[in-house]
Design a protein around this ligand. Structure first.
Ligand code: 0RQ
Length: 494
């Protein structure tokens, strides 16, 4: 092997103040775990010595605590993009220590290639295997690794024996040409393979290899509760009904589903519903529920960007790889989330909202309009281009003191033009073909919690005349400001 074996500290010596580093992985799956800790230690030492040390941090999506958490706690991040979900990173973003800009995940790699973020100095990439000529087998997440390694001046490999070498073939590495030479991307079915099983890196750029066997830091899921179960069942019954009506083709369509507890519960309900045939997924994050449904035969194939499954489930996949080999493919995020492919395949997309408004606009990212939660992730890539876009959320948050449905979202990620159906534990609002006033009626009637129905009906009454969109601009955020003053939106008076 021509590559030097490095200690994590030696690897960290390639990262300096103001270095822009691109990391592998997508969610904690496939993101580096030991070099990042060494960078955080270096940052702490530099700070103690009175020197500045902050890096630019580009990832595929969220990462594990050894990356986002360690660097945030060491105050070692100057800017960060895109999606993140670590408690300490979120804190550092919301207290101004990190300049965070949120991006559609499908657009990130191409914008790196366009040069929008300046030069990429170092790429740190987790691998299951590497050959002397730089052919890398990636691990459980692909993310931006193809672009990161192509652009970076230096590449460091974190070779992780927790991922067996025999997973070669799980990945399909394809990078589109950039405008004005781009051609259509030939993914006409979720199981299409259009690229290479390995990532080819120029060996002269590889500074060395750090060996580890650290597992992916994927947390478990909260058990399905009454509310998430009801949301899941409402989604499944709605889709079974559409299939029966013929508005969804009888072969059914591939499903994209977001992250988190609600998404996991929705998939469980889809699997159990007798009105829904076995289906395929074209999604970004393959969660535990997908693997469960695959074992039962309810899901026949899943294309994603990462296997974000709990450690036991990953062991099961690797232990039974002959069963899973032909049922899974992992792609770069610019392909798993590609708008052209989403529309081509006709995906049914199911994502989670923090807040919706009575006209169908969605806030997926900001609590009370100001505090960043995680980021838009892939929800925009999928929603805008779907065959049928669904947003789910519990009708209330924080013990009922917040209505998830308000007159106007406090931050807008997905507009009324892209959002077709909203589903809470209360029911389903089908917004297709409805005017803003009709949408408001459908959402209040079917999705709003009983504690807030009258408040929101009263809101419509205080809007004057019959404008196309009935809003009272002087009062649109009254529910939010009521929460900020009395701690309970139920006290709102218009
Ligand atoms: O906070 O735990 O402190 O109580 O928000 O809410 O209900 O646990 O939902 O874990 O499914 O996450 C939208 C954040 C939902 C996620 C979001 C509070 C609530 C709780 C979380 P606590 P839940 P989930 C593919 C697609 C955007 C990206 C995306 C997300 C916490 O799904 O990041 O879709 N989506 N990507 O109490 C104040 C409200 C609230 C509220 C909820 N109205 N006001 N707080 N909360 N509603 C994946 C990728 O792109 C990688």
């Amino acid at each position: 092997m021509p590559f030097k074996i490095l200690t994590p500290e030696e690897a960290a010596s390639y990262v300096h103040h103001n270095t822009t580093v691109a990391f592998s992985g997508f969610t904690p799956a496939g993101s580096p775990k030991v070099i990042s800790k060494a960078i955080a230690e270096k940052a702490k030492k530099e700070h103690e010595a009175g020197r500045e040390f902050k890096i630019g941090m580009i990832t595929g999506a969220s990462t594990g605590d050894s990356l986002d958490g360690e660097l945030a706690r060491a105050n070692a991040v100057k800017f960060r993009t895109p999606y993140q979900s670590n408690k300490d990173m979120r804190g550092a973003i919301n207290n101004g220590h990190v300049e965070y800009f949120d991006m559609h995940l499908s657009a990130l790699a191409q914008e790196m290639r366009y040069g929008f973020f300046g030069e990429i100095d170092v790429a740190i990439i987790e691998a299951a295997d590497i050959t002397p000529n730089g052919e890398v087998v990636l691990t459980s997440g692909v993310g931006i690794s193809p672009t990161a390694t192509k652009l970076a001046k230096k590449v460091i490999i974190e070779l992780n024996s927790n991922h067996p070498k025999f997973i070669k073939g799980l990945h399909d590495i394809y990078q589109p040409l950039d405008p004005p030479y781009r051609k259509s991307i030939p993914v006409y079915s979720p199981d299409a393979r259009i690229g290479d099983p390995v990532l080819r890196i120029d060996p002269s750029k590889i500074m060395g290899i750090v060996e580890t066997n650290a597992p992916d830091e994927v947390g478990g899921f909260a058990p399905v509760d009454e509310v998430t179960q009801k949301i899941g069942d409402n989604v499944a019954n709605f889709l079974a009904g559409e299939l029966a009506k013929g508005t969804i083709p009888k072969e059914f369509l591939p499903i994209q589903s977001g992250v988190g507890n609600i998404a996991n519960a929705v998939l469980g309900s889809l699997g159990k519903n007798p009105g829904i045939p076995p289906f395929r997924m074209y999604t970004e994050v393959i969660q535990d529920a997908v693997i469960d449904l695959m074992k039962n035969g309810d899901i026949t194939f899943a294309s994603g960007c990462s296997l974000t499954v709990s450690p036991d489930v990953l062991k099961e996949i690797y232990g039974n790889f002959d069963f899973f080999r032909n049922k899974l493919v992992l792609r770069p995020q610019e392909i798993s989330n590609n708008p052209e492919i989403v529309r081509q395949l006709g995906l049914i997309t199911i994502n989670t909202a923090i807040e919706a408004d009575i006209f169908g606009n969605i806030n997926s990212t900001h609590v009370l309009g100001t505090k960043m939660m995680n980021g838009i992730g892939g929800s925009g890539d999928f929603t805008r281009n779907s065959f049928l876009s669904i947003f789910t959320c519990p009708s209330v948050a924080k013990g009922g003191s917040i209505s998830a449905i308000v007159p106007m979202v406090s931050h807008e990620d997905h507009s009324e033009h892209s959002v077709k159906v909203i589903i809470t534990e209360q029911g389903v609002a089908d917004l297709r073909g409805k005017s803003p006033r009709q949408r408001a009626e459908a959402i209040i009637e079917n999705c709003v919690h009983p504690d807030y129905k009258e408040t929101l009906r009263d809101y419509l009454d205080v809007t004057t005349g019959h404008p196309q969109t009935p809003q009272a601009l002087d009062r649109v955020f009254k529910m939010h400001s009521e929460f900020m003053t009395s701690g309970d939106m139920r006290n709102t008076k218009w």
